[in-house]
Design a binder for this molecule. Sequence first.
Ligand SMILES: C[S@@+](CC[C@H](N)C(=O)[O-])C[C@H]1O[C@@H](n2cnc3c(N)ncnc32)[C@H](O)[C@@H]1O
Length: 352
Amino acid sequence: MVEFSGGFADVLRANLWLRSAMRVLVRLADGPAGSREGLYRLALGVRWEELIGRGQTFAVEVAGRGDAFAHSTFPALVVKDAIADRLRSRRGERPDVDRERPDVVVHAHLSGAHAGLSLDGTGEPLSHRGWRPRGGPAPLAESLAAGVLLLAGYDGSQPFLDPMCGTGTLAIEAALIATGSAPGLGRPFACERWATASATEVRDLRAEARRRRRPAPAPIVGSDADGRAVAAGARNAQEAGVGAEVRFETRDVRELQPPGAGAVIVANPPYGHRLGRDSDLGGLYAEIGDALKRRAAGCTAWILVGDPELAKRIGLRPKRRVVLFNGPIECRLLGFDLVQGRLPARGGAEAT
Ligand SMILES: C[S@@+](CC[C@H](N)C(=O)[O-])C[C@H]1O[C@@H](n2cnc3c(N)ncnc32)[C@H](O)[C@@H]1O
């Protein structure tokens, strides 16, 4: 969690521009909630009449675990009752709860005998950029892909290659960075429906984000051995508004071709958890290492690996190792400097 303070425009700006965050919450109250009464009093003290407009619906989401509550449904009911009671006493009418498409989502975070209440300013998580069909499979969450690129030091000025691009998530996120695009420009946010939303600020911030787009200064390429994945990647890039910025090619990783000197190469090769354990995966990782050594001297490579044993098969010593979670799977992002003219013997320096 990262905290900052600001107004409505900052909530919207954060939603539009944050590449690796999941959600923007506005903290409303924090306090002891070791009992039903404690949580009720905490929620009753918030000025909901300024946050939920007349005729607006709301819903309460609960995360974490509170000492006094065995299930999340009960604390959600307590907060809902407090909101409804407060609005009835101030306005003489109860607001409606709508769990499917609420105007306002209240987020309650329980931790032991403590609770925090916030407004959810985002809605669908920020990893949903708006170009992938809702609920469709996401081989790599967009926010994780963007986080990997930022950790790799990619700023859009370097040539970029994902030689195992699948449906193109990393290449598309690279193009969004390189074109100075706000990743959230193609979708709405929960904060735009708030009673406190300013239509002028929404219009101005979205227009400013559109103005800041520029052509990518260096080539961006996604390649994959699977032609269908490559076709899906090209379609996705089109949907994401960067179709003209990313070149997609059907190519085996053994034939990888950096699109320029000093390219940043980032890949998320298959690993057992998602694709079923394949006895040949070790051989594939060794081939990735060989291709990098032979064909990508002078570049930097970053490989997201979910299995330490497979990582060793790359046969290169990483200069950097970052632990990341792909959903529940603990992964490592390994960074390699591919130095010109050095081919360490296989089985020597190894990634772990
Ligand atoms: C985990 S997926 C990558 C998912 C991708 N990041 C995305 O967002 O869709 C791994 C990809 O490696 C590709 N692959 C497997 N063996 C390959 C090879 N020898 N050469 C190139 N690509 C290969 C697969 O076709 C698959 O698309």
